[in-house]
Ligand binder design. Structure first.
Ligand code: COA
Length: 181
């Protein structure tokens, strides 16, 4: 794979761009503090303004020092409405993850952002495999993955530990560069 860092991506309606420290309040307000957003994820990095600042500082440090780090703010008309990234970038593969404030759900934005990042993973980074998993009850996330052409591979039993100490099954999806037409 190539190490190309987090470069801005424009889609029809969105701009995916590196985070800036002055995004902290919007990121916290628009999705970090949104209970609906945090319902199915094991850890909510932007649950407070302070944790959002730490999350963004981590991004700024990684942008500087790690060309294999891929984390974007999802922006609509210059407003930060979510985040998307490629994690566990190792060998020939990487993992897709995203969050969007509930005010903007159901409008196709996650699909649009995920499709763009899939293109980046294959065309820029030259990954061979991109995978993603979601909480078994998180139907919207499963729909996003299917809509961008990912294939269901199986269920990871108790693959996620929840904040209350319980476990949830995760559904695993992937797409290969050779799947892309
Ligand atoms: C998952 C998430 C990113 C989806 O965002 P979104 O912008 O609403 O997704 P889209 O509008 O692109 O919708 C994708 C599909 O899912 C469907 N969908 C949306 N919400 C749904 C729901 N609650 N149940 C079932 N399907 C749903 C949409 O209708 C759409 O399909 P369609 O075009 O055939 O109608 C958003 O719900 C979110 O941020 N959730 C919280 C964080 C999270 O779960 N992240 C993923 C961790 S794996």
């Amino acid at each position: 794979m190539k190490s190309v860092g987090t470069k801005e991506i424009k889609t029809k309606r969105l701009v995916l761009r590196p985070f800036r420290m002055d995004d902290a309040m919007q990121a916290y307000k628009n999705y970090g503090s949104d209970e609906k957003v945090n319902q199915y994820i094991s850890f909510a990095p932007c649950f407070s303004l302070e944790s959002t600042q730490k999350f963004i500082q981590m991004h700024l440090d990684q942008y500087e020092s790690n060309p294999d780090f891929y984390g974007w703010a999802i922006t609509l008309d210059d407003e930060v409405i979510g985040s998307i990234g490629l994690f566990n970038v190792e060998g020939h593969q990487c993992e897709l993850g995203y969050s969007l404030g509930s005010k903007w759900w159901g409008l196709g934005y996650a699909t649009e952002a995920a499709l763009a990042v899939k293109g980046y993973a294959f065309d820029e980074i030259k990954a061979h495999r991109m995978y993603a998993s979601h909480h078994i009850d998180n139907l919207a996330s499963g729909n996003v993955l299917q809509k961008i052409g990912m294939v269901y591979e199986g269920t990871l039993r108790d693959g996620q530990e929840n904040p209350d100490g319980s476990y949830s099954d995760l559904k695993l999806y992937s797409v290969l560069s050779s799947d892309v037409i």
